[in-house]
Design a protein around this ligand. Structure first.
Ligand code: SF4
Ligand code: SF4
Length: 278
C-alpha cells in the first residue's frame, strides 16, 4: 500500500522532508531545453476530482474518459482499484503536444505538484503531511534562477482545491489501509467503489434513475445540491461509500429501507438496504 501512495504522488528521489516554508529553486518555461521531456512514460494516478475536471474539459462523460484515457490497476496488496493515465503508444502522455499540455488549466493534481511530491505520514492516518523534491536528471528547471517556498509553489500551481475535493476519498483509501487484509471487498463492493470514485456520470444515473432516493433519507436542499453541482455529487459519493462499505453513519436510511436493511443484515437483503446497488 505504501508503494501505491508513493506512486500516487510520485516516488521521492530525495528523502528530505520539506515543510511549507522550505525553499527550492525551479522554473519551467517553453524556452527551456528540456521542455516537454517530462510528460512521457509516467505513472500518473488520478484522483476523483482530477477525472471530473479532465472529462469536463474534454466534454466527455466519465465513462468515455475512463475508457479512452486511463488504465485501471488493482495492486495485489490493496484490494481497491486505482486509475492512472494511459500513456500513448509512443509512451507520451496523450495530452502532451509540442506546444505543451493541452489541458493545462485542468491538469491532474500530480502534474500540479511537480517537481514536488506529496508525502503521507501514515502512522497518524492523515494525508499530505510533507513534501519532497523530485529531481529527475533530464529536468533543467532546477538550474533556473527562480526561488520558491513550498507554500508559494502551492499558491502558484493551485493544488489546494484538489486536495480539498479529494479529502474524503483519501480518507476512504486510508481507512482501507488501516483495516488492511481484514476487509476484502466482494465484487459488488468493488464495482460500487469504482463507480462512486471514478465514474461520476454513472453514479449520477444511479442516484437519480434508480430507487436510491426511496432508500436514503436526503432533504430537498441536499438533493438539489448533488443534482446541480458535480463536485457536491462527488463528495456525496464518497460519503455514501463510507456508509455502504465501512458502515460509518454518514447517511440515514428511510424508515422502510432501514427495516429492509435489518433483514439484510440477517442475510435477507443487500448490505445497504438498497435493492438497486450496482
Ligand atoms: S523537465 Fe522540468 S523544466 Fe523541463 S519541461 Fe519538464 S518540468 Fe519543465
Ligand atoms: S496531463 Fe499535461 S502536464 Fe500532465 S503529464 Fe500530461 S501533458 Fe504533462
Amino acid at each position: 500500500m505504501d508503494k501505491i501512495f508513493k506512486k500516487l504522488f510520485r516516488n521521492p528521489d530525495e528523502s528530505i522532508e520539506m515543510a511549507m516554508d522550505s525553499e527550492f529553486r525551479f522554473r519551467c518555461h517553453p524556452g527551456i531545453s528540456c521542455f516537454n521531456k517530462c510528460c512521457s512514460k509516467l505513472d500518473i494516478f488520478l484522483s476523483p476530482y482530477d477525472i471530473v475536471r479532465m472529462k469536463n474539459r474534454l466534454n466527455m462523460t466519465s465513462g468515455e474518459f475512463l475508457l479512452k484515457y486511463t488504465d485501471t490497476i488493482i495492486p495485489k496488496d490493496v484490494v481497491l482499484p486505482f486509475v492512472k493515465l494511459n500513456m500513448g503508444k509512443d509512451g507520451r502522455c496523450q495530452f502532451n503536444t509540442d506546444a505543451g499540455c493541452t489541458i493545462y488549466t485542468d491538469r491532474p493534481s500530480v502534474c500540479r505538484y511537480y517537481p514536488l511530491g506529496l508525502g503521507l505520514v501514515t502512522r497518524k492516518n492523515v494525508g499530505g503531511d510533507f513534501y519532497f523534491l523530485i529531481r529527475e536528471e533530464h529536468c533543467k528547471g532546477f538550474e533556473e534562477d527562480k526561488q520558491w517556498s513550498v507554500g508559494q509553489w502551492r499558491v502558484d500551481q493551485g493544488p489546494d482545491l484538489y486536495d480539498d475535493m479529494n479529502k474524503d476519498w483519501m480518507d476512504l483509501v486510508l481507512k482501507k489501509k488501516r483495516i488492511g487484509a481484514g476487509y476484502e471487498p466482494d465484487e459488488k463492493s468493488f464495482r460500487m467503489f469504482f463507480m462512486a470514485c471514478y465514474d461520476i456520470d454513472s453514479f449520477k444515473s444511479f442516484v437519480f434513475e434508480s430507487a436510491f432516493l426511496d432508500v436514503f433519507d436526503l432533504n430537498e436542499e441536499e438533493i438539489h445540491f448533488i443534482k446541480t453541482d458535480e463536485a457536491e455529487l462527488m463528495k456525496f459519493a464518497h460519503r455514501w461509500l463510507q456508509f455502504v462499505l465501512f458502515k460509518v453513519p454518514t447517511m440515514s436510511l428511510k424508515k422502510d429501507a432501514a427495516k429492509e436493511k435489518n433483514a439484510g443484515d440477517k442475510g435477507e437483503g443487500s448490505s445497504c438496504g438498497c435493492s438497486s446497488c450496482p
